[in-house]
Design a protein around this ligand. Structure first.
Ligand code: ZN
Ligand code: ZN
Length: 377
């Protein structure tokens, strides 16, 4: 099927309209019209090649929701007209220990999981294109069911920002007796505050900006610490059990180590680039861990969306048009200090498709990899 999207053709290029073909749904796959797509900080990193692994053209978007238009043979979980969500993955080996444990995000197969975009496969020229596009096709196991009554425009950010903070909360047993710290209160952090409260934890939010204090308290944070206020930080020493660090850029982590109770864990979910000068003594003396966590498996992603529906939790979003995407990415690059997620109303792309017929640049077709049947393995 002919698909229009917005993507970058190089690290120093803006996103422009592109056109390509997606393979029609094969057995076990679902095609859908994209209705909303969240804008994640990873989209920016990938477009700008910050992780040195970007394949171009790069068509981002892994906070996707849409309406099912067609299902392939044997599909049982979705039917035409259903609302479907797709997060960060569209495929994995389905055979390794991690896939069997429902943590496809840590797939140990020969190529790991296939990302929704920039998901290179075995072949050099393979690539996947994400949700900044008019239509997508996904194998049904990687589709998330949207609970009845949950507004589709809120779904996208739950599938990356939400699951990225929820999965470590589950893994590190955040619950009623936990003091949960949340460092950085952008797209991920504000979801961590809301989900931490839903799990019964005491939530302490850490932000640089004094101006956000009331908003974060209203959002549910029990306490707000201004991270640049040394007195605040000192007063909070050894008070936190689990700290989810969502700050997406390199920063000094030592002040956060001092906030941890003995046996506490700092979980890095935002910064994949580096940390300079981590001082080990406080880690050693109080048996503190610095750990990392990457998104979450499909089962857990479904779980967090169901919890959001059940507890009436929605991300704070700002709706934008597809055509505004370069401005949105610039805002993120300048150090987005906003506590909301940009979500693209994809109707803005669908409305423009007629005029894009001549304007869009043809690019090579994406390849989402083979369909491996989990049931048969
Ligand atoms: Zn993301
Ligand atoms: Zn696997």
């Amino acid at each position: 099927m002919k698909v229009f999207g917005f993507g970058a053709q190089d690290a120093d290029k803006e996103l422009t309209p592109l056109v390509f073909d997606r393979k029609d749904p094969r057995a076990g796959e679902v095609a859908f019209k994209v209705t909303y797509c969240g804008v994640c900080h990873s989209d920016l990193h990938q477009v700008r090649n910050d992780w040195k692994n970007t394949k171009y053209p790069c068509i981002p978007g892994h906070e996707v929701v849409g309406e099912v238009t067609e299902v392939g043979e044997g599909v049982t979980r979705f039917k035409k007209g259903d609302t479907i969500g797709v997060g960060c993955m569209v495929n994995s080996c389905m055979e390794c220990e991690k896939c069997h444990d429902n943590v496809e995000n840590y797939c140990q197969g020969p190529i790991g999981f296939t990302g929704t975009y920039n998901g290179p496969g075995k072949k050099e020229d393979q690539n996947t294109y994400g949700g900044y596009s008019s239509h997508m096709v996904v194998r049904e196991e990687f589709g998330i069911k949207v609970p009845k009554g949950y507004d589709p425009k809120y779904v996208g950010p739950v599938l990356c920002a939400g699951i990225t903070v929820y999965s470590p909360m589950k893994h590190w047993n955040v619950g009623k007796n936990t003091t949960l710290g949340v460092a950085g209160v952008g797209g991920l952090g504000h979801m961590a505050i809301k989900l931490g409260k839903a799990l019964g934890a005491k939530v302490v939010a850490l932000t640089r900006s004094e101006g956000k204090k009331d908003k974060l308290l209203n959002m549910g944070a029990d306490e707000v610490i201004i991270s640049e206020n040394k007195d605040d930080m000192k007063a909070a020493a050894q008070s936190i059990d689990v700290l989810i660090n969502t700050i997406p850029v390199p920063h000094d982590i030592n002040p956060y180590v001092n906030l941890m109770k003995p046996d506490g864990s700092i979980v890095i979910v935002g910064n994949l680039i580096n940390f300079e000068n981590v001082v080990p003594a406080p880690l050693v003396v109080n048996r503190i861990s610095i750990a990392g966590s990457l998104i979450g498996g499909i089962k857990e992603t479904q779980e967090v969306l169901d919890i959001c529906a059940e507890h009436d939790i929605s991300p704070d979003i700002k709706m934008v048009k597809m055509q505004q995407i370069n401005d949105v990415l610039d805002t993120l690059e300048k150090g987005n200090d906003s506590d909301f997620r940009h979500v693209i109303d994809m109707q803005s792309l669908h409305d423009e498709i007629d005029s894009l017929q001549d304007k869009a640049t043809q690019v090579k077709n994406p390849d989402r990899g083979e369909v491996v049947n989990r049931k048969a393995s």
